[in-house]
Design a protein around this ligand. Structure first.
Ligand code: ARG
Length: 276
């Protein structure tokens, strides 16, 4: 409670949900028959953008493309570490065309994009955590893509196996509170039951002081949060987690993206961090 957490200004890449919809089902949250309120989704998303800017973060936008209803989930389009852009190869054929406008954005911004040969879903499954990158597999991104990422980025990649289809991307089961530095490995929050026994053990070894989330937090998309090192932009339904974060000296900033849960997404899914 007494520790003072220090925020770091971030640069985020996002995509307005103008064409957001649930038209196909590629995860257990998606039900194409259930209605989506696009106006409500746009208002919720706009609030998130306003909150980021109010906290000093920079937000850059990729223009949305008609017919790509999941393009709002910018986190899946790439992972950028040290100015190197690892592009995506989506698992679902419906999402593969999203790579084109995101790659065009990076090229226009002066970055080269590496094209993975194996299925690779950007920050959905790659979570940069300071000295290493935590990487999920089991539903989308492959082990082979972990190898490609390590080779291209030159950062150790620690593979973790996801086992619960509701938490099909690593960023639905875990997030980084702070990246560490100066001899510290930083810290994370995670939901252990989303991982295989061996992966749970790896996380416990790397992060003995981690914040452990409940299933209720996870089902409320609480693990799909964004932290700047002090403020944690978090789903309001993750009430246990919000209490834990406050106890640890973080400042939870609840932002409701409930309309996006219908597609299996939340705050982090809508946010890609550009790490130069
Ligand atoms: N409907 C999208 C999919 O299943 C949601 C992606 C959510 N993004 C994320 N980073 N978890 O691919």
């Amino acid at each position: 409670m007494t520790e003072s957490r220090v925020p770091r200004r971030r640069r985020y890449l996002v995509c307005e949900p103008r064409h957001f919809a649930v038209q196909y089902a590629i995860n257990p949250w998606m039900h194409p028959d259930a209605p989506v309120d696009v106006g409500r989704a746009q208002a919720q998303w706009q609030t998130l953008m306003d909150v980021y800017r109010d906290h000093g973060h920079t937000v850059e936008t990729v223009a949305p493309v008609p017919g790509l209803p999941d393009m709002v989930f910018a986190a899946n389009a790439a992972v950028v570490v040290g100015g190197r852009v690892l592009g995506s190869l989506f698992h679902a054929p419906e999402r593969r065309p999203e790579s084109v406008p995101y790659e065009a954005w990076f090229k226009a911004a002066g970055y080269d994009v590496y094209h993975p040969e194996s299925v690779c879903e950007g920050e959905g499954d790659f979570v940069p955590a300071g000295r290493w990158i935590l990487a999920g597999t089991g539903f989308r991104t492959t082990r082979e893509a972990h190898r490609e990422a390590q080779e291209f980025l030159g950062v150790p990649v620690i593979g973790l196996t996801l086992v619960d289809p509701y938490f099909y991307h690593l960023d639905t089961a875990l997030f980084v509170l702070d990246e560490g530095g100066d001899g510290s490995d930083g810290n994370i929050v995670y939901y252990p039951e989303a991982f295989s026994p061996g992966s749970r053990e790896v996380l416990a070894r790397l992060y003995p002081d981690a914040v452990i989330a409940t299933r209720q937090d996870a089902m409320a998309f609480g693990l799909n949060s964004v932290s700047d090192g002090r403020h944690v932009f978090v789903a309001p339904g993750a009430t246990d987690l919000i209490a834990r974060l406050t106890e640890r000296g973080y400042v939870p900033v609840p932002v409701d993206l409930s309309e996006f849960q219908k597609a299996g997404g939340g705050i982090k899914c809508c946010t890609q961090e550009i790490r130069s």
